[in-house]
Design a protein around this ligand. Structure first.
Ligand code: ADP
Ligand code: MG
Length: 485
């Protein structure tokens, strides 16, 4: 479907709207809990329900989290804010309006760095604003009715809106990956896309290359995985180019993604802009942020991923690839730095973290927040390898599993107990090699007549005699030396 000629003639333009549920304990305007998975309609006070006479109050933590994200994205923090009512009817919107920010998003502009291949580029943000989430309509429990769970209604969200500044599905993938990492890094959202904590709407248009005017866009709603963001955009680009190539015109639409076959389908045509009759919510006083308050939040920000990556490269001499991988989360970076207090072999720390430890964590569904293996233990393991007492693959496959629960910390004791210490003392090795050679005089003769392959038999024999404790590289050089005499 996607012909090369089309690919070269057209250019895709993408703008993303990411909704991130803020990790506050309570809702944006009342004390109702925001716990995911609670029994339906158990977190719904009269305020959440918008009962007459109930009075909403703004959650300070949510405001703080929105500012954190804005500062991390280099946005301008807007000081004078108010909340507006966005009026529309929907069954999962109990009040008949959503409280959102309209003309005063709390963060204006900003940028987020992404990397595709080895190209780094900033994506321009339009704004980040605060708003409340809606409830959930559940269509798949009752065969004839739609059920409504309003627990989610009123949960604080930030909506992070880019300019139409992304140009491929790969860039969109990288961007959402980066946003997810950033909100988790800052601790403002758990980033859990399966639970809907992070959701993305993708606005996609195509235009002839060189054209300045934007094409007509479609908006694909509610993408709930980063993979689906990419798939939906890929599908849309191809579909739109096909329409144009066959002489058609693009209709402005809202579409939905069908994950069962990676396609999208139209939900509604957007003839003209909806009129939401925005007006300032009369129950909520406008709020003004002081410079001192913003400054205080700025001071409390953790060091950001880009700065850490730089530090890992300059201070610990990691390759930029390793540095980027270690920067997967703030906890992984902390783990790296704590291990680096105990060893100078930083490259090994990264190798362990990105190799055997990562495999283990993935396998058991843990991460660096909950890892039990102490940084000092990992450093001790690395030391044993560097000093030739252990070989890496034995350490990874046999010793690491003994250490991961954090109960044992004495690496040498574990290695000794399992009889896995490697012997690289020359006298001992020579004795083992001599014994192996003495046990197979006929094979020695064969070797010396040119059948070099039999060396494998000697290596196996040393392995057996030494109970696997001989440093294999030293053994093979000793064998070659002695057999060639
Ligand atoms: P709407 O009013 O339909 O929500 P906005 O202008 O607020 O539209 O933009 C919403 C998102 O769509 C933003 O991320 C913006 O960058 C993006 N966008 C707007 N126009 C286009 C376009 N023609 N092509 C691709 N993305 C677009
Ligand atoms: Mg929109």
């Amino acid at each position: 479907m996607f012909e090369m000629s089309s690919n070269n003639t057209y250019e895709a333009v993408i703008g993303l709207e990411v909704h991130a549920q803020l990790a506050t304990k309570s809702k944006l305007f009342c004390a109702d809990a925001t716990t995911f998975g609670a029994a339906p309609n158990t977190q719904i006070s009269p305020i959440t329900m918008g009962h007459p006479g109930s009075l909403p109050k703004t959650n300070k933590k949510a405001v703080e989290y929105a500012i954190k994200m804005g500062l991390a994205c280099n946005s301008t923090i807007v000081k004078e804010n108010y909340f507006a009512r966005k009026n529309y009817f929907y069954p999962d919107l109990p009040k008949g309006y959503q409280i959102s920010q309209h003309t005063t998003p709390i963060c204006a502009g900003g940028k987020v760095q992404i990397q595709v291949g080895d190209q780094k580029r900033y994506i321009q943000l339009n704004r980040i604003h605060l708003e409340e989430d809606a409830g959930k309509s559940i269509h798949d429990i009752d065969p004839t009715h739609t059920l409504i769970d309003l627990n989610r209604a009123g949960t604080p969200l930030i909506e992070i809106v880019t300019e139409p500044d992304l140009f491929s599905a790969e860039e969109a993938f990288a961007y959402v990956t980066e946003i997810r990492k950033l909100v988790q890094w800052l601790g403002v959202c758990d980033g859990n896309m399966e639970e809907g904590s992070l959701r993305c709407d993708a606005n996609v248009s195509v235009r002839l290359k060189g054209e300045k005017k934007l094409g007509t866009k479609v908006e694909v709603k509610n993408l709930n995985s980063i993979r689906n963001v990419k798939k939906a955009i890929e599908f849309e680009i191809t579909r739109m180019i096909d329409v144009l190539e066959s002489g058609g015109t693009i209709t402005q639409q809202t579409r939905s993604f069908d994950a069962s076959n990676d396609t999208t389908f139209a939900i509604r045509d957007k003839e003209e802009a909806n009129d939401y009759r925005y007006f300032p919510d009369p129950d909520l006083a406008p709020f003004v942020l002081s410079d001192a308050y913003i400054h205080e939040i700025q001071l409390g920000l953790p060091i950001l991923p880009a700065a850490v990556e730089e530090k890992l490269i300059t201070q610990y001499q990691l390759s930029s690839y390793d540095a980027a991988q270690v920067c997967e989360s703030l906890q992984a970076v902390q783990y790296f730095e704590e291990t680096a207090i105990h060893t100078k072999n930083y490259k090994s720390v990264a190798n362990w973290m990105l190799g055997p430890i990562k495999s283990y964590l993935n396998e058991v569904g843990l991460d660096y927040k909950s890892i039990a293996l102490q940084p000092a233990t990992l450093a001790a393991l690395i030391k044993c390898i560097d000093e030739g007492q252990l070989n890496f693959s034995v350490a990874a496959s046999k010793i690491l599993p003994q250490l991961v629960d954090g109960k044992k910390t004495d690496v040498l004791a574990v290695a000794t107990e399992l009889n896995l210490l490697q012997v690289n003392d020359t006298d001992t090795l020579e004795a083992w090699v001599d014994a192996a050679i003495a046990s197979m005089p006929d094979k020695v003769e064969e070797y010396q007549k040119g059948k070099k392959g039999v060396i494998g038999l000697f290596i196996a024999s040393v392995k057996k005699i030494s109970k696997g404790q001989a440093d294999p590289s030293k053994v093979s050089s000793l064998l070659t030396q002695k057999l060639s005499k």
